[in-house]
Design a protein around this ligand. Structure first.
Ligand code: CP3
Length: 343
């Protein structure tokens, strides 16, 4: 493949490395002044849909900090948009879907689109990004898990409980499963197209998986993620990040995924134990800890690497970076990994 820095792909394969690779979830985001300069001029979906902008935003954090992987600037909600569900991104509010899916009739208008027609701009953004990256570091493509996408489609906006999404699952399970399957089919085609366009790995974000009980997780989230892994794993390494899903690490480790994301509420020791010690883990620095002084961040990062072990490990945050993190603190996080020496 000829990448100049293949540390990330090595770690996904469990190969021995000098130091673990590092990237940050939401690394292309509002904590970067150069991102804010573009955000002032173009609305959210214009940034996603314009390959020149999306590729520029993707490489901004790489230029500034030199992470070991880039993640394509886009959003998980481009999938429902392509499925004929209206999605808006309201400033200072977040995602807003004015016509949420609440019954069979609503579901009937939801389509499984041709991803090349509806999401061709993402593939163009990947090609533009690959050119800008010039084979320096691998590029990660991503999608939301079917359950996490359902949460927004049914709730119609962000939520602390996603009560309406859960209500649909528990009162109209046939409708919920049909929606989940449509999202799964679209997501598989989408991620395959992303791999064909050039991404080197894919990550599935199950950001709201932790809203479900372990039993409901199997029924409404995990079985659909497993379908995605089965369909993708021979084409690219798959990373599954389930926020709050420590209880599923055992099943996840047997799934054919290459790596599992862990949030900061699960210790390294417990995550290694639950996942059976073989699979690569990714995480799990508390994003708010990037508000600590840089010297403290560095100490904590070194301790985190020692706890996970330098091999079969990808340094990351336990969820996305917060907008109010000072740029020098994000730098301390990345630099700490690059300076890491095993003791
Ligand atoms: O990681 C990266 O740098 C790539 C870019 C990326 C974005 N969204 C850009 C974005 C990724 C990987 C996502 C995934 C995403 N989007 C998730 C899963 C990951 C997670 O953090 O849990 C979810 C749940 C969404 C849905 C979404 N998009 C929300 C809830 C919001 C608004 C809340 C917020 O943080 O403001 C968005 C908007 C969004 N997506 C922004 C960015 C940089 C901020 C708004 C903007 O730039 O105008």
């Amino acid at each position: 493949m000829g990448l100049k820095n293949d540390l990330f792909l090595k770690a996904l394969k469990g190969e021995t490395v000098e130091r673990p690779p590092v990237w940050m979830m939401r690394q292309a985001g509002r904590y970067l002044p150069e991102f804010m300069a573009i955000k002032e001029k173009y609305d959210f979906f214009t940034r996603c849909q314009t390959p020149e902008l999306a590729s520029e935003i993707t490489v901004q954090p790489i230029r500034r900090y030199g992470m070991d992987a880039a993640i394509l600037f886009s959003d998980i909600l481009v999938i429902p948009q392509a499925m004929n569900i209206h999605v808006e991104m309201k400033p200072n509010f977040g995602p807003y879907l004015p016509n949420p899916i609440r019954n069979q009739k609503d579901l009937d208008s939801v389509i499984v689109p041709d991803v090349h027609d509806t999401l061709g701009y993402v593939m163009e953004a990947i090609k533009a990004t690959k050119e800008k990256l010039n084979d320096e570091v691998p590029l990660i493509g991503f999608a939301g898990s079917p359950w996490t996408i359902l949460c927004y489609c049914v709730q119609g906006q962000g939520s602390k409980t996603f009560d309406k999404a859960k209500e649909l699952c528990f009162t109209q399970p046939v409708v919920a499963h049909e929606l989940l399957q449509k999202i799964t089919d679209t997501t598989i085609a989408y991620l395959k197209a992303k791999v064909a366009a050039g991404v080197n790995a894919v990550q599935v974000f199950d950001s709201w998986g932790g809203m479900l009980s372990p039993t409901d997780y199997q029924e409404f989230s995990w079985q659909y993620i497993q379908q995605i892994i089965d369909a993708l794993k021979d084409e690219a390494p798959v990373i599954v990040f389930g926020k709050g899903c420590w209880f599923a690490l055992g099943d996840m480790a047997k799934s054919g995924a290459s790596a599992l994301g862990v949030d900061w509420t699960c210790s390294a020791r417990n995550a290694r134990y639950l996942s059976g010690r073989k699979i690569t883990l990714q995480g799990n620095f508390d994003p708010s800890r990037l508000l600590s002084p840089p010297s403290e961040i560095k100490k904590m990062v070194h301790q985190m690497i020692n706890e996970f072990g330098k091999d079969s490990y990808v340094v990351n945050l336990g969820h996305g970076i917060l907008p109010n993190v000072p740029v020098e603190n994000a730098k301390a996080f990345i630099d700490a990994v690059k300076e890491y020496k095993q003791n």
